[in-house]
Design a protein around this ligand. Sequence first.
Ligand code: PLP
Length: 453
Amino acid sequence: DKNNGSSITADIQFLDASYHLHPFTNTGALNKKGARVITKGEGVYIWDSEGNKILDAMAGLWCVNMGYGRQELTDAATQQMTELPFYNTFFQTTHAPVAELAKEIASVTPGDLNHIFFANSGSEAIDTIIRMVRQYWAIKGKPYKSILISRENAYHGSTVGGTSLGGMSGMHKQGAPLLPNIERIRQPYWYGEAGDMSEEEFGIACAAALEEKILAVGPDNVAAFVGEPIQGAGGVIVPPANYWSEIQKICTKYDVLLAADEVICGFGRTGSWFGSETLGITPDIMSMAKGLSSGYLPIAAVAVGNRIANAFIEHDDDFNHGFTYSGHPVSAAVAIANIKLMKQENIVEYVANDIGPYLQKKLRDMLTDHPLVGHIEGVGLIAGIALVKNKETKELFPSDLDVGLICRDHCFDNGLIMRAVGSRMVLSPPLVISHAEVDELCEKARLCFDLTL
Ligand code: PLP
């Protein structure tokens, strides 16, 4: 009940404010108002300690793809924890969950990306990519081929490697200096940055920036280009349709490895197992996390094709990289159960052919005419909505108004979680969301946009 709820809320908020430093948070400001206390989840809903039921259109943090409260995942964890809670894979040992999970992942990755290295977070997977592609070129006798190229406004995690590779200026300002040998090019944000260019012209111009950068630093010095198929944390930016094929051609031309950061796009989010398939990318190396275990336990992976795998396998030396919990047996058991559940429930087909198109249409039908909405973009169950002051000129609200945060707070108060990235509202609901729940999501979004006006 509400009174009991309020006292629980106050107790937890007190502990939280006294002892907990939150990630990506102005802790002083949060402590003054108190964090919302989340207590349970079921399906696409979460509840807070005040008893409010909230539709979680962010699937936690782009991760609870199979929804909350899946007994199959809990059972897999319990069983594995009872049998063998931990063993390492560093020193000539393995175990069934890690070996079986590698095979399960290989069964869904595109092309020949059948060799899997494990980590615990997306950031660790990205650090693994940075070290692996450089070591690959070192094995090939080209240690100077060490520069990685990424994009402005890309998010690749918050370790030193992930921060350096990412293109988030707010992160670059803190905890510097960043890693050397990382270069960035413009992002393919057609709605916001194309000016008068058509989508196709803009796709070519953004890809041409990669060729210019490669030539500027010298093709012999470039190890890899890294990109999210669709930028997620940058605001859900879907590139022009021709962008990735142009990028692919340029990488091939200069023998630059192509790395897809699939931490958000992987595991069905865009209506294919991986965003690379939806966007027409054939990567040499791929990171994944989040949806791999539907967020039930931390686990991440890097998948490589024969080209990279064979270089490491045939090179008679250790790869001096890994984490105590690389391939943790309990996380691996949950990830196996998660992939099996996804297959049993044909969830990728559901996103591709049914609920993905339904959400995309419903969002546009219900929100396009709203005075705040400048543009809606998205594929499958990921979408970004640009909020603007003026629909015709695309003029934005002053940034100190924080219109996105105002809208986000209205959402929360009205039983909906959407995330604000600047003035873009983003969403990526659990893949198991039903038609009726999509209707509820869109109705609540409309209401909250009205309240934000
Ligand atoms: N890469 C991408 C594309 C991400 O979206 C994220 C997290 O949102 C990461 C890497 C970092 O993952 P983690 O927070 O698990 O370290």
